[in-house]
Design a protein around this ligand. Structure first.
Ligand code: ADP
Ligand code: MG
Length: 296
């Protein structure tokens, strides 16, 4: 990580003062942060992430964290001799995989993040979609992206029916930082594994968030030549879907991002979680990182 001890105190003060207009603008606003990718596995980046979240909360911004856990689930499945399988970016989730998903996300990853944030001086509270009856879901009906008459069975992958943000709001009002695992519950109390990007996007909409920031393990959305696309409109995104530029985990990410942008979330960004303090840079400076998703 960059060493900042050589920066003169006066310059440091100047840097801090430049954050003031952003703090004023975003005071009291909600920011939904999808935390995933490499930023979640590298200890130095984890610590920087937790510091950013705490700092945002302390200057009066309301961060809500939704986490993924792909690499951790993969490791746990491997230990059990199971191999993860994906269809159109979604993890095929049989009953045994669902159990693993639930204990890895809610038991391990979520609690690690809660611990990190609390260690950095915040008050984080871990939740799943079951808590406060937050995320109602049903089995996802996945149509083939090339042939809509074909359907894929991806098991207990959930499609969100509704999100009740009551529990999140109650925690926010009380100085807590919610950390949410993307698990929903069905009509018969069954569990559903929901893509964390999809949860973050819907939650941002329901909470009328000012920003949705999806931290990932790549610099942003890339074109076929591997160049970063800094800005994308809905129409350009349709083009990227159609010409096969997007694949794997980027499919639900972009779809969620676009939904949120169209549903009134003011600014939606897919950003590089490998950049230390990327959240502070994105929110409190005029630097732009990664890809901004526009609603039209
Ligand atoms: P996360 O943990 O952030 O959700 P995912 O692996 O689910 O990570 O999604 C990000 C991945 O999507 C990238 O690492 C990349 O491999 C893949 N991807 C597919 N198409 C693109 C694209 N056009 N631009 C950038 N990444 C893409
Ligand atoms: Mg993903």
């Amino acid at each position: 990580m960059t060493n900042v001890t050589h920066i003169a105190p006066r310059d440091k003060a100047e840097i801090l003062a430049q954050a003031l207009p952003y703090i004023r603008k975003f005071h009291g606003k909600t920011m939904v942060i999808k935390y995933g990718g490499n930023a979640m596995t590298d200890p130095a980046l984890q610590a920087a992430f937790a510091e950013d979240v705490v700092l945002l909360k302390l200057v009066g911004i309301n961060p809500v964290v939704v986490h993924g856990g792909g690499p951790q689930i993969e490791t746990a499945l491997k230990r059990l001799g199971k191999k993860g399988e994906f269809i159109q970016g979604m993890r095929v989730t049989d009953a045994e995989t669902m159990e693993v998903v639930e204990w890895v996300l809610a038991g391990e990853v979520q609690q690690d993040i809660v611990g990190l944030i609390n260690h950095a001086g915040g008050k984080a509270v871990g939740l799943t979609g079951r808590d406060g009856g937050m995320i109602r879901a049903q089995k996802l009906k996945m149509l083939d992206s090339a042939d809509a008459s074909k359907e894929h069975d991806v098991g207990q992958v959930g499609d969100i029916i509704s999100i009740d943000p009551g529990v999140v709001k109650a925690l926010q009002d009380d100085a807590f930082i919610p950390v949410i695992s993307p698990i929903g519950f069905g009509e018969n109390n069954e569990s559903y594994n929901i893509n964390a990007d999809v949860v973050a996007a819907r939650l941002a909409t329901v909470l009328k968030a000012e920003k949705l920031m999806m931290l990932t393990n790549i610099s942003g959305v890339l074109n076929k030549a591997g160049e970063l696309l800094t800005d994308l409109t809905a129409r350009q995104i349709d083009g990227l879907f159609a010409d096969g530029t997007l694949s794997g985990g980027m499919l639900p990410k972009i779809a969620g991002a676009l939904d949120a942008a169209k549903s009134g979330v003011n600014s939606v960004h897919i950003i590089d979680g490998r950049v230390p303090h990327v959240l502070l840079l994105e929110i409190l400076t005029d630097q732009a990182f990664g890809t901004m998703i526009r609603s039209h």
